[in-house]
Design a protein around this ligand. Sequence first.
Ligand code: ADP
Ligand code: MG
Ligand code: MG
Length: 886
Amino acid sequence: MTYVYDFAEGNKDLKDLLGGKGANLAEMTNLGLPVPPGFTISTEACRAFLEAGDVPDGLSGEIDAHLHALEEAMGRRLGDPADPLLVSVRSGAKFSMPGMMETVLNVGLNDRSVLGLAEQSHDERFALDSYRRLLQMFGSTVLGIESEIFAKALDRLKKDRGTQADTDLGVDDLSGLIDTYKHAISEHAGRDFPQDPREQLDLAMRAVFESWNTERAVLYRRQERIEEGLGTAVNVQAMVFGNLGEDSGSGVAFTRDPASGNQGVYGDYLQNAQGEDVVAGIRNTVSLADMEKVDKRSHDELLEIMATLETHYHDMCDIEFTVERGRLWMLQTRVGKRTPAAAFRIGRHMTEEGLIDADEATRRVTGAQLAQLMFPSFDESAERTLVATGMNASPGAAVGKAVFDSDTAVEWAERGEDVILVRKETNPDDLRGMVAAKGILTSRGGKTSHAAVVARGMGRTCVCGAESLDVSVKKRRAKVRGGDAINEGDVISIDGTTGEVFLGSVPVVDSSVMRYFEGDESDEDIVLAVDGVMRHADDVRRLRVRANADTPEDARRARRFGAEGIGLCRTEHMFLGERRQLVENLIVAEDEDGQEAALSALLPLQRDDFVGILEAMDGLPVTIRLIDPPLHEFLPDYTDLSVKVALEDDHHDMDEHDQKLLEAVKRLHEQNPMLGLRGVRLGIVIPGLFKMQVRAILEATADRIEAGGDPHPEIMIPLVASVTELDLVRGQISGVAEAVERERGMKVPHKIGTMIELPRAAVTAHEIAKSAEFFSFGTNDLTQMTWGFSRDDVESSFFSHYLESGIFQVSPFESLDVDGVGRLVRHAAKLGRKANPDLHLGVCGEHGGDPASIHFFDEVGLDYVSCSPFRVPVARLEAGRSALGT
Ligand code: ADP
Ligand code: MG
Ligand code: MG
């Protein structure tokens, strides 16, 4: 077993074994860049350690050997009293994550070697500064002492000396600080600071391994769906010193601007500084441009290296470097994180520069990033007062008056005010308030908290876990760090895309990417970048994308957004409003004549609905679902109506229609309407309704043909469980079709198919497929029916518990449950295609707009996904990325 690898032995593709940091240090080493030498203790060692609870056999010997080689190469021994080699101990997993042990620098210093270091560097101050840093870092990260204790002692000392800058502390100050720190360690860790350099190294390594299981790291992995078993690597690297005076320093840089994506380097440099000083805000940093004035040689070399890295990685890189007495050293690189806009723009620029091709530019952006660019956002140029930052739990930009309980939210919203519901955390009782609010802000909980799950489900903007807010429902205010407060009624603005919370009303700007999808021309770089990627995704994707649209207006928008038809046109809304009366008449009709009369009043209205939609989607398929919900949804509320009838009774003023209606409502009342008389069952029990709808569809089709159009209607039967149900309804449809064709004297093209949204339908798909021209997977209902819960009833009551306890990684309504529901989809698709090779397959649940689900649907070979018009661009992009193998 090999546990330890020299930097020269690795490369950037070995992240599983060496972690991201180690793999990239190896890559830079092999590129011939100036990297201080060192070695990586692999993730395998970590896994073995965590399994056995102790250092695995052989590891110690391997470390000895690598340490010895390092000492030879550097001409110094670790912690040698006369001339010590010092090392850093750096954690580094495959993915960087919070909660992992922070880097310990200057390992190898002790009471004796600090003197040697002073002598060798001719700089006593530097040596003492390095030692106090080691005590501080080792004490807090390895020995687990609260870092505040060290920070406070340093602050006190600076205050006593009347200075803000650590560089103003002299030799005596630092000696004193070292004593203070050593005492603090003895007091709080129950042991003295280990003077043995090798013991320091071993303890630091163990602490890195153990940090894999800190609460924060575990939580983060669960949230980001990172495998538990990966483990972290440990990098041991010879120290270079940026704190050796003004000709030394430490810096961070990006090879392009990670915020905008603009070409040109971007970074900060701090003279006489070590490690993270440069990003800690302790002193003012200088830009890379100014670094040129300070140290031109190092600056020029750095720029050259950055160019090398970009060409080598073919991507924007994020780097850390240190200058030791005019000599540049590279300490880290990785492909840099970037904003969504930067991701698209960098892709475009790099394609133009010939660094990557269009395939790669498309792989590198995600549907989620595209979706973020489509939301309106807060005006960056407006004055804004940031008061807190939390998790970006559900995107969007919301402005409203702060309210602290649901009753107030509902009350104020009803009188027309925009409100933001502010809570410590939400629970099912807050649902009404969440519905009424423009946005939700909580001070506790992460992306799987109740607030986050429910807000995403409703598409409401949400920032959660803004921990610096101290929310008091009783006092109706949230205290903000620094003493300010948000009181009830104060206007605040929350950004669900970044997690930021602002005081006052920040102006909202609409998105140029959204305007582009709506059809506006623009030569803005971001629009051109999005356009390029969309065109390429459309070129390469196999999976078609349709939209769920119920009105001509939605259909037109969907078409502008690139939809290639309608995958789900619901018809129930067509029975609401003034038409509800006609449905009531149908339900209370006593005989066939009465029913007939009600239906023929509905027919022309329905036909017009369909003409409009078929026209908007001329030339493209339109899947129309026959009426699906239980009939009681079209009738008055049982209690309301009972009261009305009872009052009429009291006043001896009986209304006959009301009385019949009440009987019908009683008759149709169901305990579990979702499992009741709905879907195809309605078509069988009240055939007139389905027949009327089918006639309206076919007459509308004939009308469109006569008007010179090219309609492609597809009639879809919901909630089929058995092929016999489908056959019965098919028979009715054929009868109507024959009649319409006879009457109109033409062929009226149409397809007949079914939804697959019940487990029984999925497992008998081979039978159903013989009677269907297409299947459309209704993955919302299929999820409900497979798990046996109704979304409305359970999402707000226990999903956050399920997420937090790891039963779900993500809500099965947000992203398809591939292992369960997905298996049914895969199985049904296979059975269906085998029985009927011409069967066309699609998805019309909301999952059709979810990136991970889209990749799954592509993999199982469906023909199309259908999603809300606004998600169509996301689906097009993800279908393209899926075809490119991402
Ligand atoms: P993180 O994972 O938090 O970025 P790093 O391991 O990169 O932690 O280390 C923290 C800081 O210490 C960085 O600024 C890094 O450049 C610096 N550093 C790490 N190793 C060395 C070293 N051998 N010599 C000098 N500085 C180092
Ligand atoms: Mg780093
Ligand atoms: Mg359904």
